[in-house]
Design a protein around this ligand. Structure first.
Ligand SMILES: [Zn+2]
Length: 313
């Protein structure tokens, strides 16, 4: 990782201007902001890709979406691309991008019993697992998976100014890079820029204040909140979220400032990260990750292992 004095200067500028990012937090007390423990986060596409685009193009767009965050110049975190493999989304230390084509539900696993299905309005869901025990490692992200709704959405490449491709019947159109760049923001620990029914109680902005309601954004904050990559909603075929704004990047730089680079670039070792006092704890005891299903708040207590973000168009 090469960071120059110029990059550090950029960080100062970005931090000074920052005004519209929200970091995902644990649920202990007022919550600790979440962050990955290492310098790198490996992300792997499921090799099945999407039926909407050639696989090579899907994988290329995934890499482009990752690069949209990596080129920020002010944080140490690097999203690293793992070669596509047959893999589903589970809490297993492997961060997967999985296109759902049979049903818009998470497969049953120890964290999802019974099966959890998502809103048809959600183009994608990112589940972030983090330590939630109030100890020093509280908020450490252990695993994050992106599930993409290929049942209700047709994923395309929008060319600004050109006629958009025609979606499959009964589906909405979505620019894949636009969708994935947003979801990768969640994967890194960012939450949405305004508060809606799916927001988490501990969400606060960079000043420690609850973000404004999406239905009542102050006039002087409308642009920065709605034009951010981490804005809650997307319109069909939009591409604005491909480019993280200065505020989005300020959130990443707040979480991963170059001065605190742990210089540790490895794949996730869940056993090591959930170890306490020389005794490894079970994955679902007090060192367990937690989450609240953003879509289904009524199930929050039954499902305490998932944290999801929905993205509506
Ligand atoms: Zn989202």
């Amino acid at each position: 990782m090469i960071r120059s004095a110029l990059a550090l200067g950029l960080l100062v500028v970005l931090a000074g201007d920052a005004d519209a990012y929200v970091r995902t937090r644990s649920s202990h007390g007022t919550g600790n902001p979440s962050a990955w423990p290492g310098t790198c986060v490996f992300v792997m596409p499921d090799s099945a890709g999407s039926p909407d685009l050639p696989s090579d193009q899907v994988f290329s767009i995934i890499q482009k979406s990752m690069a949209n965050w990596n080129t920020n110049g002010c944080s140490y975190l690097q999203l690293m691309y793992d070669q596509p493999t047959v893999h589903d989304a589970h809490y297993d230390g492997t961060n997967v991008i999985k296109f759902r084509t049979d049903k818009w539900c998470h497969p049953i696993d120890p964290q999802n019993t019974p099966e959890v299905c998502y809103s048809e309005q959600a183009a994608a869901i990112t589940s972030v697992f983090m330590i939630n025990d109030g100890e020093p490692a509280d908020g450490t992200i252990l695993d994050a998976d992106i599930e993409v709704n290929n049942l209700n959405f047709t994923f395309v490449v929008i060319t600004p100014g050109a006629t958009p491709p025609v979606p499959r019947i009964g589906t909405s159109i979505a620019d894949l890079e636009n969708t994935l760049t947003h979801e990768l923001g969640h994967l890194q620990g960012l939450s949405h820029t305004c508060k809606d029914a799916a927001s988490f109680p501990n969400d606060v902005d960079e000043n420690g204040n609850p973000p404004p309601s999406c239905d009542a954004i102050p006039a002087d904050e409308v642009l920065k909140i709605k034009e951010a990559t981490m804005y809650n909603f997307a319109s069909p075929g939009e591409t604005i979220k491909r480019s993280p704004t200065d505020d989005d990047l300020a959130g990443i730089c707040n979480a991963y400032p170059v001065a605190k680079n742990p210089n540790m670039c490895t794949h996730t070792d869940l056993a090591k990260l959930t170890q306490r006092g020389g005794c490894e704890l079970g994955a679902f005891r007090d060192a367990a990750p937690f989450g609240v299903p953003a879509l289904l708040l009524a199930l929050a207590f039954a499902l305490r292992l998932r944290r999801r973000h929905r993205d509506c168009t």
